[in-house]
Ligand binder design. Structure first.
Ligand code: SF4
Length: 217
């Protein structure tokens, strides 16, 4: 069932227009099933991709695309996560991912002015969005739309990061206990690198599939 958000149709329309104006290629779909369809038909099938990789994103996982990519023999999936890899192996793959043809991930926030806001621990996800992979696909729910960069950064630090910290029991951070950002000095701190993507460059390099659901953190 579709989850409710407080984002109005007008805000969604404004955001789509602003993203397009900022040179992103944009699709607006109702749910993860349609997002997956758009990915295969409108993006994956339109160009040759010998290598595909990803940066961690619950929204991307919700689409179910990754296991299907793994099963294909016409493309190499560079795996950046997985319990079968050591930390060192994952780090090596995350570097290789920066040279992939197609890089899939989510966004921590999207402003109604058409900017992407992201915060990383390692930097492999924001690295891939910024430079390296030929094409980038961002899967993002409308619940991530915010009015401004300030509001987006606040949302990421106050809501998304403490929730994300709880997903990582292998690390130790105070927000896992308090549920609030303590601007910590933990060696395991997951909040280290911010990026604001104001425009896609070259035009269309970054593709945004905006999903009319509340997804991710
Ligand atoms: S800065 Fe530290 S306390 Fe704050 S959200 Fe990030 S990991 Fe948690």
């Amino acid at each position: 069932m579709k989850k409710r958000t407080n984002i109005t149709n007008d805000i969604i329309k404004t955001t789509i227009g602003a993203l397009k104006n900022n040179e992103f290629e944009v699709w607006y779909v109702e749910n993860c099933y349609q997002a997956e369809e758009v990915f295969w038909k409108e993006i994956f099938a339109k160009e040759e991709h010998s290598t595909v990789s990803w940066g961690d994103s619950l929204t991307l996982h919700a689409t179910g695309i990754l296991p299907k990519l793994k099963d294909r023999d016409d493309v190499q999936l560079i795996e950046t996560f997985g319990e079968h890899f050591t930390r060192e192996e994952k780090m090596i793959n995350r570097k290789k991912a920066l040279l992939s043809d197609l890089f899939l991930t989510g966004s921590n926030a999207v402003t109604s002015n058409g900017q992407l806001i992201n915060l990383d621990m390692v930097g492999n996800r924001v690295g891939g969005i910024t430079y390296g992979p030929e094409k980038v696909v961002i899967f993002v729910g409308v619940n991530k739309i915010v009015e401004s960069i300030d509001e987006g950064m606040k949302r990421v630090k106050e809501i998304a990061a403490p929730l994300n910290a709880k997903r990582h029991s292998e690390f130790k951070m105070p927000c896992q206990v308090t549920g609030q950002c303590m601007d910590c000095n933990s060696p395991d701190r997951i909040c280290n690198v911010w990026t604001i993507t104001e425009k896609a460059y070259p035009k269309g390099r970054i593709k945004v599939i905006l999903i009319d659901e509340a997804l991710g953190l």
